[in-house]
Write a protein that binds this ligand. Structure first.
Ligand SMILES: Cc1ncc(C[n+]2csc(CCOP(=O)(O)OP(=O)(O)O)c2C)c(N)n1
Ligand code: SF4
Length: 200
């Protein structure tokens, strides 16, 4: 266990900063102390989230947050386990794990930091990029329909799947608290700004 880092390295105006603020506040409101919780993150700008929150933490491989979190929860069910990662991490390379986590329904909270692009690799289209958005890989505008993570989660058996927006801080924090309190797998897809690459 260790203290979270204070030297935030995200771009100015990045929604990631608001999201970790809400996660920290949710833990504190619920009285979940740092030695009783584990934050597991993936790879990407969002991957740094686990570094900035006090407690046990793991920054895992791209798309592998959920299998890692599953192992942690199975090894010690008394811990509060919160997995986090980007839309590319969770719905691109990690999609198979996402479906199985919904189906398995272990008591894990999954926070997806959805900036609608692959930001760390400088702005390629992701599974949630909207139609028409111009990115490095869609210079003429995206032509593929973004998929609906909440609908997919529910179809796969998830009993708690909600959306939030990082600009509505209080609402986002309350939804995260509900998700942590829910007994079973919960996902919160949080829409966020990425001032460096998202211009739609
Ligand atoms: C197996 C693997 N494939 C590709 C990469 C390269 N890579 C690093 S970050 C990233 C994109 C991250 O996008 P997202 O998960 O949406 O997170 P964001 O950076 O937007 O927060 C990719 C493709 C990698 N690190 N590992
Ligand atoms: S590139 Fe986008 S997601 Fe990454 S730190 Fe900067 S604003 Fe945030």
């Amino acid at each position: 266990m260790r203290s979270g880092l204070n030297n935030i390295q995200w771009c100015v105006g990045c929604g990631d900063t608001l999201i970790i603020g809400a996660i920290k506040k949710a833990f504190s409101d619920l009285g979940i102390e740092s030695h009783n919780r584990v934050v597991v993150s993936g790879v990407g700008c969002s991957g740094k989230a686990s570094q900035y929150i006090d407690g046990y933490a793991a920054e895992t491989l791209h798309g592998r947050t959920l299998p890692f979190a599953t192992g942690v929860k199975m090894a010690n069910p008394n811990l509060t386990v919160l997995a986090t990662g980007g839309d590319g991490d969770g719905y691109g390379i990690g999609m198979g794990h996402f479906i199985h986590a919904c189906k398995r329904d272990l008591d894990i909270t999954y926070i997806v930091m959805d900036n609608e692009n692959y930001a760390l690799t400088t702005g390629q289209a992701s599974p949630t990029t909207p139609i028409g958005a111009k990115t490095k890989t869609t210079p003429e505008g995206n032509i593929s329909e973004p998929f609906d993570p909440i609908g997919i989660a529910e179809k796969a058996g998830c009993r708690f799947a909600k959306r939030a927006d990082s600009i509505k801080f209080a609402e986002m924090k309350d939804i995260i608290k509900e998700a942590i309190t829910h007994k079973g797998f919960s996902i919160v897809n949080i829409h966020q700004a990425c001032p460096s690459f998202k211009r739609w």
